[in-house]
Design a protein around this ligand. Sequence first.
Ligand SMILES: [Zn+2]
Length: 106
Amino acid sequence: MINFPCPHCRAENEVEPDQAGQTVACYACDGEVIVPRLTARPKARPAAQPQEVIARPGFSLHFKGCATWLLIGGLGLMMYQCVDRIREEKQAQETRKGRERVKANQ
Ligand SMILES: [Zn+2]
């Protein structure tokens, strides 16, 4: 149920939630009243805030997880490039040695 005060006579009106956003007649003064989309009950608002607070650490944890994976991925790529360079250097040294050996044999 949605509780809201009438803008004309201040009487508390109570309507079904599916009437939110619709124009209804005030039960007290019969004036046209637009039903607010949010429940006017004061209990509903504090309930919405803790949810928001809970949602933030979840997001930051998710972000931290992403950052960790990015870091691991970056380190992996660096290691791979390092190993690849060492392998290339070894190959280059071996081909140089091979050429020198061929030269020495000639
Ligand atoms: Zn009224």
